[in-house]
Design a protein around this ligand. Structure first.
Ligand SMILES: Cc1cc2nc3c(=O)[nH]c(=O)nc-3n(C[C@H](O)[C@H](O)[C@H](O)COP(=O)(O)O)c2cc1C
Length: 171
């Protein structure tokens, strides 16, 4: 199971990265970061939100979109203006999801479950032959002035519980 699962994530402020690294710490699954080619300056929130609202796709640094050899994909994303970030839009367009089983982990500032984002990602993955098995959404504290990511301790319990429920951890 270990070598057949990949954690792939995008993170601007660092919250989703904290969750991705926690999943990696618990499972030792391979881990890969989605990175934009351009430098996105922290705090430039309006431009970022606009990109999400209009469904833009940004250029990414070279990465393997084939995900060959992996059966399970843990995809880490966040909510931007009720939608997905341009880097995530690009990844979902380019990546090959044929026969992949996908688990979504999502960070966001709102308390409510980001159902719209879950549905929109699920649709895009299903169109490409993949299936979304489950999702976990974690609420973060977000201050666009300081941009300090959450602490690993803030996500440990939820992440552990989720991985165990989904059968990725030994008892
Ligand atoms: C441009 C922008 C727009 C956001 N819009 C929302 C939103 O509509 N709803 C929400 O719950 N959180 C929103 N957030 C908060 C982020 O989803 C949250 O801080 C997330 O953990 C950021 O992920 P990251 O640290 O991995 O980049 C927004 C953050 C940014 C930067």
């Amino acid at each position: 199971m270990k070598n057949r699962s990949l954690i792939v994530y995008y993170s601007w402020v660092g919250n989703t990265e904290v969750v991705a690294k926690e999943i990696h710490r618990l499972t030792k699954f391979d881990i890969q970061k989605i990175e934009e080619k351009k430098t996105r300056k922290l705090g430039k929130v309006a431009g970022a939100a606009m990109g999400a609202v209009f469904g833009l796709k940004s250029s990414l640094k070279p990465m393997d979109f084939a995900m060959e050899g992996y059966e399970n994909i843990f995809l880490g994303v966040q909510v931007w203006a009720g939608k997905t970030a341009p880097a995530v839009n690009k990844f979902l367009k380019e990546a090959s999801f044929e026969d992949k089983k996908v688990w979504l982990f999502i960070t966001k500032a709102d308390e409510k479950i980001p159902q719209q984002v879950i549905d929109s990602i699920t649709q895009r993955i299903e169109k490409k032959g993949g299936s979304v098995f489950d999702s976990m959404a974690i609420t973060t504290k977000w201050d666009p002035k300081t941009n300090i990511p959450i602490e690993p301790e803030d996500v440990q319990e939820a992440t552990h519980e989720w991985l165990q429920k989904e059968g990725f951890l030994e008892e």
